[in-house]
Design a protein around this ligand. Sequence first.
Ligand SMILES: *[C@@H]1O[C@H](CO)[C@@H](O)[C@H](O)[C@H]1NC(C)=O
Ligand SMILES: *[C@@H]1O[C@H](CO)[C@@H](O)[C@H](O)[C@H]1NC(C)=O
Length: 438
Amino acid sequence: MFRMEAIDSRVALFCFALAVLIPVLRANIAEFDEVWQKRAEQAKKGFLEAYHPNPEEVTVEFNKHVTRDPEGNSTRRSLRKSLGGPCLATNPIDRCWRCQPDWANNRKRLAECVLGFGRKTTGGKDGKFYVVTDPSDDDLLDPKPGTLRYGVIQPEPLWIIFARDMIIRLSQELLVTSNKTIDGRGFNVRIMKGAQITLQFVNNVIIHGLHIHDINPGNGGLIRDSVDHFGLRTRSDGDGISIFGSRNIWIDHISMSHCYDGLIDAIEASTAITISNCHFTNHNEVMLFGGSDSYSDDTKMQITVAFNHFGQGLVQRMPRCRYGFIHVVNNDYTHWLMYAIGGSQHPTILSQGNRFIAPPNAACKEVTKRDYAEESEWKSWAWRSENDLLMNGAFFVQSGSPIKNLNKKDVIKAKPGTFVTRLTRFAGALNCEVNKPC
Ligand SMILES: *[C@@H]1O[C@H](CO)[C@@H](O)[C@H](O)[C@H]1NC(C)=O
Ligand SMILES: *[C@@H]1O[C@H](CO)[C@@H](O)[C@H](O)[C@H]1NC(C)=O
């Protein structure tokens, strides 16, 4: 009874919110009540603390790890991908935890492995394990214990794992709270044919080892976003993963395709993010970093995109950046139909040690795109390419001057693009089996 009244008043407020809170609607929050206001304020404070005043240092540190990796100088190509061959970890993030037969007893080791701008992410390391046993998502206000939704709204840190192979069709967006790891290792876990994963005004989340595909907008409605709060949401975008006002996020070994909007979007004061070892396919607008020309605070957005495979059927935005400092390093771009990396509003883009294979279409050989501005404007944006391997006529149009602190003699350079096939060999969700090296 009490609940029904509460809901009625919220519906009334919803109409009010539609009329007066237009900017807030972009956050999918229909009713920007004091709980959300407090979260937004804390997130803004966290954003200013999480960004690094000298982002070049983080890029050099990343490159140092790759260059010093003991297997790093091998270019062997005849590696068996899974069955039969020895377990191989071909980049320093993977080597930190993979290929140990007892990985399943030591899952939290993963939290020590992240590199790049998301390097402080620990997810649910300090919490208990929570096992998802129930793939259903029927009750958005009182999710059943055992469901993924029940786990992600708990207030304490949690390391969320799965009991078996499962398909989870989210009936509305999944609002993940701070200090969580969603760890799909050991089973084939698919988030598909439903709504998106949303990280909104949160801190410290790891998402690892999932298949996320065929994601659609959700209509919104009343959704519980924590144990002691629920509220009205407007329609969700239909991204694979939507990062909004959040920091210390690590997305690793995810296979993604076919979402309605972006595969991964990071907007409105999101920073300290690493996206690594993912396999992206069959999608138009792959990643958007910075969603609005008017949101210049995003100059403090810092994101590492590393060891990913941008594969078949991708069209554009790998990523498309506004403001911010984006380190795009050691990725394999084997397909794009329009362009790979684009942006506006003078983002800094440091492209290092990637392999860019241009499509056959002679009009689409350029890696970069800045159509949104005149050359007189973009020529001062720092978009630098170092050690990239450009194939099949691909070309990267650089602009701006070399990034400060990176042209000194003793700075460790990125691993060259010739190593990328090896570094990204195991991109995407892995088929880890318990009691076997993964
Ligand atoms: C790999 O080769 C580079 C350049 O020759 C060298 O500086 C680096 O120390 C080598 N790394 C390893 C782990 O052998
Ligand atoms: C997340 O964990 C940190 C460290 O334990 C803690 O300080 C912080 O309050 C937690 N955040 C939330 C939102 O619970």
